[in-house]
Design a protein around this ligand. Sequence first.
Ligand SMILES: [Zn+2]
Length: 456
Amino acid sequence: MVGSLNDESSSFYTWHDRRLSKHVLDNVHGNIYLDPLSMKFVDTEQFQRLRDLKQLGLVHLVYPGAVHSRFEHSLGVYWLAGVAINTIKACHGAELEIDHSDIQAVKLAGLLHDIGHGPFSHLFEHKFLPQVLNGSQWSHEDMSIKMIDYIVDEHNIEIDSENLKRVKEMILASDASHKSTKEKQFLYDIVANGRNGIDVDKFDYITRDSRACGLGCNFQFKGLMETMRVMGDEICYQSKDYLTIHKLFTARADLHRIVYNHAKVKAIDLMVVDALLEANTCLRISSSIQQPEDYWKLDDSIMKTILTDPQQELKEARDLILRIRRRDIYQFCNEMSIPKHKLEHFKDITPQDIVCSQKAGGTLNAEDVAVCNDKIDLTHGRNNPLERIKFFKDYDCHEKFLIRDESISQMLPAVNQDMIVKVYSKKPELVKVVSDAFQNFQRKMFGMNAQVHATP
Ligand SMILES: [Zn+2]
């Protein structure tokens, strides 16, 4: 059972607050109370669009329960952001001078942090767009900022412009290049923590995604939320929570390995990217990503549009979606983990690399092969993210310090990153040829057969 935060919330949310708020019953956190200003954002067609974006893109085609949306995740992050800032305020009394506008900004940042996501989330941003944008940069965080300004204008929401600016800075705070030297810097660690990666966004999605997929989750955020404390200008944790925080990062890595990068999920991802590329010109998909007034109309229903729009130009794209519906998906051939000593200078493996490894006289084409290069880490490359976290011993101590992992345990990994390469055949009849070529490639590249699984 996931810990409900409603015991704590009762002390933060007075009867008066609740009278002005609306509540929804969330299946992870229990009752979530939405304050009047947040409701103005929620009750817009732009925010409601998040109901039509699945939190995990195409994962539900493999884990049928994973149909939860960005809408419920956003409400969850809003709620946890509110609990976090109120806990800090309660712990420190008046010392940190946390006022109503600070609380409002942190909560709104939680509510709106994902409003710029596109269809199928990361696939759209990292796999589809780079192939059609010719080098120009686009990120869902920047789109979230544009979308927030658009919602405020379009719906005449009255909000202090300085505070709105802080909301936007908090959303961008996960990007180290947006470093700010603002006062109350700790406020920027709550929703999207660029300093050390511990934030309520992860608390919510790790818990929510595990639950939706039917997996257990051995990371519990509740204890961390209760004991965190601000020292200097940053949020610090009790040293006895070291391994709990380690679990936060490993639970996230496990979700990447088991769920987000599941071999069949990736096969379907590859097909949808191919379908979006085929349909892009006809449906003008990528031309809507600059303007919020066009962008909010784009969501996961694009897949249904491709499937049912009878235009001849969409035939190739439609056939791919039909193949997904009929479970004729790209065939997984095998996978390998890149050896430790090759990780540093690893260059992504391409379909061409596999094709070049086929037997002399083979007729395999790069278009028949797909390759996924999936990096799985603890958010900090090959390093341990806990190296960046400040700890304290007890509430009586006023010293904050870093902890080296060997002071806690000798059983923690020395390398914190995996690179898993998966190879697919786009046509079922080529599985054997592609699999053989992949094995030749491994022998050529690494001097051994690195795969350990049987070829399906
Ligand atoms: Zn999020």
